[in-house]
Design a protein around this ligand. Structure first.
Ligand code: SER
Length: 318
């Protein structure tokens, strides 16, 4: 990787991935692709090039790839699971139409492509505990439909056209920089904000709702390491299970209480999010990622909680 285009660079993952790639690949261009209304600001704007790239417009992707001689595209454009249920047509247009545009540009111009998949690519008939790498994927959300279709389409472009597509299935991602927008796992970010602000947290999911979660530094490292992996070792491509921790609302709340003794949580259930969460795995088996490209997480719930609280206190001036 040298010249990299990030589509969706101002979102929850993109804003941090762009800065990490600029630090790690100082000799190349890391282009922050953005859409109107979500322009890069501050450090992201000032530390490197940016380019208008609406993923639904293939010509804009091609223009940015040509201008910066891009060899690798990180495609991070998506509507998250809950918001995608209110706009399923748009979710398809961005998730699958956008991926198709990206893969076509990559095929014509010889780029590698990373497109994250998700725990949302699984569904109610998937084995929920230690979900295997290769298993049933029959999601019932539009988000999941776009993710599992995206895995298939990405593998197709690799086998049929030799496009170097690779990806991981992200768990819920927890970070303090940019907020996620409209996902089912967002509660595990929001809970830290409430704890630092001294507010009682209203949890949208019921006790016992287990999902895989991951701290952003591990997720970013996974996104870089999979693209740098030795291709001769990869038996899978789209997309690898990765995991670092699994918890339910009671467990994360108790962990936060260890560090913020006055913290309180009550339940105010969101039926849509609950239904989605119930259809997703409780925990993924990431053996294949460990074996094929040496994936290994660094943050557990304790380390993440300490780091989140420390950084949010600074960010919120608390
Ligand atoms: N974080 C995503 C969501 O909740 C799942 O990948 O929609």
């Amino acid at each position: 990787m040298k010249n990299i285009l990030i589509i969706g660079s101002t979102g929850q993952i993109g804003s941090e991935l762009a800065m990490k790639l600029r630090r790690e690949y100082p000799g190349g261009n890391v282009v922050a692709g953005y859409i109107k209304g979500a322009e890069p600001k501050g450090e992201l704007l000032e530390s490197g090039p940016s380019h208008l790239v609406d993923i639904t417009d293939a010509a804009q992707i091609a223009e940015a790839v040509d201008k910066y001689n891009v060899d690798t595209i990180y495609n991070l454009a998506a509507l998250l699971s809950a918001v995608a249920e209110s706009k399923p047509q748009l979710a398809w247009k961005i998730g699958l139409g956008g991926l198709f545009n990206t893969l076509e540009v990559a095929r014509e111009k010889g780029c590698a492509v990373f497109t994250p998949s998700s725990i949302g690519s699984f569904g109610p008939t998937t084995p929920h505990v230690k979900t295997p790498q290769d298993t049933i994927q029959r999601p019932e959300t539009m988000y999941g439909v776009t993710k599992v279709s995206g895995e298939l389409l990405s593998d197709y472009y690799f086998h049929r056209f030799g496009v170097d597509t690779r990806s991981v299935r992200f768990p819920g991602l927890i970070s303090y920089v940019a907020p996620p927008g409209g996902g089912t796992t967002d509660y595990a970010v929001d809970i830290y904000y409430s704890a630092v602000k001294g507010e009682k947290f209203k949890c949208p999911l019921k006790p016992g709702t287990f999902m895989d979660m991951m701290y952003m530094p591990d997720a970013l490292r996974a996104a870089v390491e999979i693209m740098e992996a030795d291709p001769t070792r990869l038996r899978h491509r789209n997309s690898f299970n990765i995991a670092s921790m699994s918890f339910d609302p009671e467990i994360i709340s108790a962990k936060i209480k260890e560090h913020v003794p006055g913290f309180e949580m009550e339940y105010e259930l969101d039926p849509l999010r609950q239904e989605i969460a119930d259809s997703w795995p409780d925990s993924l088996d990431d053996t294949c990622a460990r074996e094929e490209w040496d994936w290994k997480p660094e943050f557990g719930l304790e380390e993440m909680t300490v780091d989140m609280l420390k950084n949010l206190r600074v960010k919120l001036g608390k």
